[in-house]
Design a binder for this molecule. Structure first.
Ligand code: CDP
Length: 222
């Protein structure tokens, strides 16, 4: 028996979520967006006015409110807070600005890491994030590290945000992404780093379909 467990890590805007979701769809297995889980906590902190520096406050928030995760429509990963779907609110500038600082707190990470492991123990998963191949599922069957040029990552994220109705300058977004990468890579707990046994894929100039094909080839499922 045994479930199939695929880890996809990488910096912001490398296309992890889109690729991971598509790979999961093609394989017919669950997609888990761990970034959305951290964003869910960030959303709670905005909603209930808890400072992101206040780890105790964040832990209290997490015990007072119920964050739940489920398979959404067309294989998306859905996050709810106290029974209300909040997935569509998780990419706002406010949430994006807070999430990286918040996710550096060890005890917040412990709680979410445990939830992520539980999900991977119940069924086959494609899980994307920063520390999936290194911390959450170090024994995953397949590990990928997805990268792309900063300029291209900023362009992609800009287009994605515009399509969702958020506005902002490309130059500023590029700065925000670079700052988040620096913070994610330099934190002491579960930093963004390529696992030694991960396969690196540079997606600069490649379409989503091309990157998915590459991954499925490695899996022997093309
Ligand atoms: O989609 P994007 O790459 O911009 O971000 P995300 O995957 O939604 O993750 C948002 C933030 O959550 C990251 O910048 C990290 O600070 C944090 N995160 C993390 O620390 N560990 C994970 N496994 C996933 C996300």
């Amino acid at each position: 028996m045994g479930y199939l467990r695929i880890a996809i890590d990488g910096p912001a805007g490398a296309g992890k979520s889109t690729v991971a979701k598509e790979v999961a769809r093609r394989l017919g297995i669950l997609y888990v967006d761990t970034g959305a889980m951290y964003r869910g906590v960030a959303w709670l902190s905005v909603e209930y006015r808890v400072q992101v520096a206040d780890e105790e406050g964040l832990l209290q928030l997490l015990s007072a409110h119920k964050l739940t995760f489920a398979r959404g429509q067309s294989g998306s990963f859905e996050v709810s807070a106290d029974g209300v779907v909040i997935t569509h609110l998780l990419r706002s500038v406010e949430v994006s600005e807070r999430v990286s600082e918040l996710s550096a707190h060890p005890r917040v990470r412990e709680i979410l890491t445990e939830r992520q492991r539980q999900l991977s123990h119940c069924e086959s998963v494609v899980m994307d994030g920063r520390d999936i191949g290194t911390v959450v599922m170090p024994d995953a069957d397949y590990k990928f590290f997805l990268t792309a040029d900063l300029a291209e990552r900023a362009r992609r994220r800009h287009a994605e945000l515009e399509a969702k109705g958020f506005r902002g300058s490309l130059a500023q977004l590029r700065e925000t992404i670079a700052a988040r990468d620096r913070r994610d890579s330099n934190r002491s707990v579960a930093p963004l780093v390529k696992a030694r046994d991960a396969i690196e894929i540079d997606s600069t100039g490649k379409t989503v379909a091309e990157v998915c094909d590459e991954i499925l080839r490695v899996l022997g499922r093309d």
